[in-house]
Design a protein. Structure first.
Length: 459
C-alpha cells in the first residue's frame, strides 16, 4: 500500500489484543503505508485525505492476523498415514517416505499448507523443514518462494538431522546430513534469505530437529551459529514420555536440562510441544524467557498428552499456537486451534479455569508474535504496527446468536474470513486466496502425493 493512500475499515467489533486487551464493540481502523495508522471507537474521522478504499465491516470482528509458530509443510503430501501410532512409531513409519521428497513435491506441499492456513486467517506462517535428501534440489528456496507468492509473512526454520539409526536415532541413515554439511547449509540459507528489517516478509531461524535425531554437537554448534548470525533458534522439546526416557538414557538428564547444557534455553529460542514438563522445567523456561509453540491437535493426534499451558502462562513463559505438520494434524488449519487449545486444556488439571476465549485468541496472535521474536511489529492492533489483520464474518447462522464476538470466534464453528491483510495488502477475499489458485494447488498436491507414494513403494 502506498504511503499516501489509506484504507478505512468501519462498523466492526475490534479485539486489539494489546497489553490492556482493548476492545471496541463498534469501531474503525485506518491503514496506511502497510501499517495501522489509527483505530478507535465509532466511525473513522471525517476528512481523512487520500482514502483509497472504505470497507463497511458490519457484522465482523477484526483481530490481528493469526501467527503460526510450528509446522512441517512437506507433510501435506503424506496426510492420512500411520493414523493410529504414537510419535516414535509414527516417525519410524514415515521417515522412509519423507526421505524421498524432492523440490517439486516440497513446493506443492508448501503451497497446500500455506493456502489452508492463509484462507483461515493466518498472516504469519512458519515452517520447520529438516529433511534434505541428497540431490533433492533447492528445498528452502521452494518453500520461501511459495510463501512469497501467496503474500504471507514467513519464517523458515532451517532444520537438520545428523543422528540416524546407526547412531541410535530414529531417521534412516540416508535421511540425514553430516554435521558440517548441516551447519554450512543452514548458514547459507540465513545469509541468502533472512531479512532483519521491521516489515520483513521472510526470516530464517536455525532449527536442528530434535534430541533423538540430532547430535549434541549439532545442537551446540547450531546455537553458536544462530547467535553469531543474530537469528532465532527452534527445535522440538519434551513432546512425549518416550523422548524424556530417551534423553535420560542417552544423556543422563531430562530434555530441559539437556537443552540448557547445549545452550538451547534463552529469549531467542522457542520449542514445539513442551508437553511433559515438571515445575523445574517450567521455571527454567520462565527464567530464560524460552518460548513454546503449543500444538493441541497434533498432541492429541499422536497421543502425546496435554501441555501445561496455564502453568506456562502463569510463570510468564511466551506461548504461541502451532498447526504442526499435516501428517499429524490433517486439517492444516490454525484458526481451529484457538478452540482446540481452549477445550483440550480444560481437560487438564485446571479444568474450566484453564483458558478463556481471550487467552486463546492471545495465544494465536500476540503470543505467536512473541515466540517468533516479532511482538514489536505484529500480533496486536496498535498504531505503528504492521497492518496484518483479519475480518471474521460473525453475522452467520453459526455465530449470529452469540452476543460476544470473541466468544463466537473461539467457542463457535470456524468463522468465515471475509478479508485478510498482510502489510495492508489484501490476500484473502470471501475465504478465497487472491494470489493463488486453490484448485490448481489441490491438483498439484494430489499429483505429488501420488508420485511420492509410488517412489517410496519401490524402495
Amino acid at each position: 500500500m502506498a504511503a499516501d493512500r489509506r484504507t478505512v475499515i468501519e462498523n466492526c467489533a475490534i479485539a486489539t489484543v494489546d497489553a490492556d486487551d482493548t476492545e471496541y464493540a463498534s469501531g474503525h481502523l485506518v491503514l496506511a503505508g502497510g501499517r495501522v495508522e489509527s483505530l478507535g471507537a465509532g466511525r473513522a474521522p471525517e476528512g481523512l485525505p487520500d482514502v483509497e478504499r472504505r470497507i463497511d465491516a458490519t457484522g465482523h470482528l477484526v483481530t490481528p492476523g493469526l501467527v503460526n509458530t510450528h509446522h512441517h509443510f512437506y507433510q501435506w503430501i503424506t496426510r492420512g498415514l500411520a493414523t493410529d501410532h504414537n510419535l516414535f512409531d509414527w516417525l519410524v513409519a514415515l521417515y522412509p517416505t519423507w526421505a524421498r521428497i524432492d523440490e517439486p513435491m516440497v513446493r506443492a506441499a508448501a503451497q497446500g499448507s500455506l493456502a489452508m492456513m492463509a484462507r483461515g486467517g493466518v498472516t504469519t506462517a512458519m515452517d520447520h523443514h529438516y529433511v534434505f535428501p541428497h540431490g533433492s534440489g533447492d528445498l528452502s528456496g521452494a518453500i520461501i518462494g511459495a510463501a512469497r507468492d501467496m503474500g504471507v509473512r514467513f519464517t523458515l526454520a532451517r532444520g537438520s538431522m545428523d543422528r540416524s539409526e546407526k547412531d541410535g536415532g530414529l531417521p534412516p541413515d540416508f535421511a540425514v546430513e553430516t554435521l558440517d554439511d548441516a551447519l554450512a547449509a543452514t548458514e547459507e540459507t540465513v545469509r541468502e534469505h533472512h531479512d532483519a528489517s521491521f516489515d520483513a516478509m521472510t526470516q530464517v531461524a536455525v532449527a536442528p530437529c530434535s534430541p533423538f535425531s540430532v547430535s549434541t554437537e549439532l545442537l551446540r554448534q547450531g546455537a553458536e551459529l544462530a547467535r553469531r548470525l543474530g537469528v532465532r533458534l527452534h527445535t522440538h522439546g519434551s513432546e512425549t514420555v518416550e523422548e524424556e526416557q530417551f534423553c535420560k538414557e542417552l544423556f543422563g538428564m531430562g530434555p530441559t536440562d539437556y537443552f540448557e547444557s547445549t545452550g538451547w534455553l534463552g529469549a531467542d529460542v522457542w520449542m514445539a510441544h513442551c508437553v511433559h514438563m515438571n515445575d523445574s522445567d517450567i521455571a527454567a523456561f520462565a527464567r530464560t524467557r524460552t518460548g513454546v509453540a503449543h500444538c493441541p491437535s497434533s498432541n492429541a493426534r499422536l497421543a502425546a498428552g496435554i501441555a501445561r499451558v496455564p502453568d506456562l502462562l502463569a510463570a510468564g513463559v511466551p506461548v504461541g499456537l502451532g498447526v504442526d505438520g499435516a501428517a499429524s494434524n490433517e486439517s492444516g488449519e490454525l484458526h481451529t486451534e484457538l478452540r482446540n487449545a481452549l477445550l483440550v486444556n480444560r481437560l487438564g488439571a485446571h479444568r474450566e479455569a484453564a483458558l478463556t476465549a481471550r487467552q486463546a485468541l492471545r495465544l494465536g496472535t500476540y503470543g505467536g508474535a512473541q515466540v517468533l521474536g516479532r511482538a514489536a511489529e505484529i500480533g496486536s492492533l496498535e498504531p505503528g504496527k504492521l497492518a496484518d489483520l483479519v475480518l471474521w464474518n460473525l453475522d452467520t447462522l453459526a455465530h449470529a446468536s452469540i452476543a460476544d464476538p470473541v466468544t463466537a470466534l473461539v467457542f463457535g464453528a470456524a468463522a468465515p474470513v471475509t478479508a485478510s491483510f498482510v502489510n495492508g495488502r489484501q490476500i484473502v477475499q470471501q475465504g478465497r486466496l487472491l494470489y493463488a489458485d486453490e484448485d490448481e494447488i489441490a491438483r498439484a498436491t494430489r499429483t505429488e502425493a501420488r508420485r511420492l507414494a509410488r517412489i517410496a513403494a519401490r524402495k
